[in-house]
Design a protein around this ligand. Sequence first.
Ligand code: RIB
Length: 309
Amino acid sequence: MPAHVVVVGSLNMDLVVRAPRIPAPGETLLGGEFHTVPGGKGANQAVAAARLGARVSMVGRLGADDFATQLLANLEADGIDHSAVIQDASTTTGVALIVVADDGQNSIVVASGANMQVTPDDVDAAAETIAAADVLLLQLEIPLDAVQRAAEIAHEHGVPVVLNPAPARDLPADLLSRVDVLIPNESETALLTGLPVDTRAELEAAARTLLGRGVGTAILTLGARGAMLATGSSVELIPTFEVQPVDTTAAGDAFVAGFSVALAEGKPVAEAVRWGNAAGALAVTRMGAQTSLPRRAELEQLLLQQTPE
Ligand code: RIB
């Protein structure tokens, strides 16, 4: 029986333009190809978890427009239960404007639309599904009260809560106390802690600060350097896999999903971080968000082929 991952979060259509570099303020650049790609941090994590072998249920909101139809079809193609994704005709489906530079880096602006209409009542309506999950997966592209309600339900039922605090914002202590695993990147770590994150010692201090706020485990994703895993007893840097970057969009989502599927399957936390690293590394080798997310066979092959030093 596959592990069951529930995602409460956002769904976006990504409008992506390739450009030689990220434009400066006030600058017009001539770019390259244009792509329309299914995205949104919540949906990306749901699709990645499904491709990595989990049974996945998604809770969220879309508009009642063409983008919604395409995003639902995309969830279906990966076998994701979307019965708790509400279509709301009073608003538009979330959209992300993305510029991807030649070096693979990106800049993203999100018009949240329906994502910001997700309510604690929507989450309550999915309470039974959340309570029966092996892992609950959350991000911050929907209102905080909905995120908090989902964490409360999971915590009450002993379901591990994984929070990817993206985009970063201040988080209340009662939410952090219900988070089993917090997975921020470097800039999110800096914003959450108010601490510098330039050196290894600074990263370790920031990770310990997050643990001090009640989070069970903190995993700082560090791009090509891998991930720093901090638990109550130890802090270790787990290197990632060497790949040629094409587009870093959704690499963080792939990491979070890879980690969460492994955790939901009962793998040790350091092994789950290696799954996250492998999923993230594979995602950066391809263009787009959901178009780049790897399948389980590829991930297992990478884990076998390459043992990072
Ligand atoms: O994490 C990448 C995602 O962020 C994109 O797919 C975009 O939709 C934004 O939500």
